[in-house]
Design a protein around this ligand. Sequence first.
Ligand code: ADP
Length: 281
Amino acid sequence: MKLSLRGVGKTYSGRRGETNALCPLDMDVREGEFISLVGPSGCGKSTLLHIVAGLEPPTVGTVDLDGERVRGPGAELGLMFQQQTLFPWLSVRDNVRFPLTLANRCARGRAGDADRQAAQVEGLLRLVGLWDFRDSYPAELSGGMQQRAALARALVGQPEVLLMDEPFGALDAQTREEMQELLLHLIQRHRITTLFVTHDVDEALLLSDRVVVFSERPGRVLASLDVTFARAARSSELKLDEAFLHQKREILALLRGRPRTATQRDRLLLGLTNTRTEGGS
Ligand code: ADP
């Protein structure tokens, strides 16, 4: 298993007391699998992503990547967030190159020689359509172009796992579709294991092998649904497909009903098929 989460839960302690953000859950992610996490706002999706990224320690439980315990951030994990996270004082090319520069300095990355790295950065910039803008600064780019640069930066360290937190959430509808198609193209080509937080059910179904649906806070897993249509056939036209609409209705019913636990009876009542619960005690 690429990623194994065992009993991972989180309670934040602060001045205003404790916030139980995430109930302990188990989750296994196969190599190359693309999983979307959907659920109401505040149910702990970002918290889970930060725990997997090693940016936030779980209160309970463990995360293993390739059988090794995750204890902090590392080059094996590529991150991409909704907010603009490029460094404004660096050019597009230097932003994309930044993780390699950092790895070189720490001498713990998979950095090779400078020529190979330059070629890698160029290849990614061409792939995301930003080669002509390599010397521009983030403020000179549109929101979509900035997210293309952020995607290239997330991929430059050749991560084992890509962690994406509503990366297209702030984009207009058309740019968002373009980014989804670019991401589909990239994941079909590279088969990168990905955890993707979104509240857009269409986006989750378009991109994923599996959609994990969370309850409201404290988040627990209501269902884990395998997406049944072939990824090869996916495009924005898929949204008119009957099978797509059926799965979308399943997920929306879970989100609207917000059942506290997905019991067998709940699933039968909702007419769900191909659903299995996961974790959530
Ligand atoms: P989601 O991504 O599903 O919207 P989050 O993981 O961001 O949810 O947050 C889950 C809950 O944990 C929310 O109630 C949020 O206010 C709380 N929370 C998140 N981060 C912190 C923090 N650093 N300190 C205290 N509470 C937090």
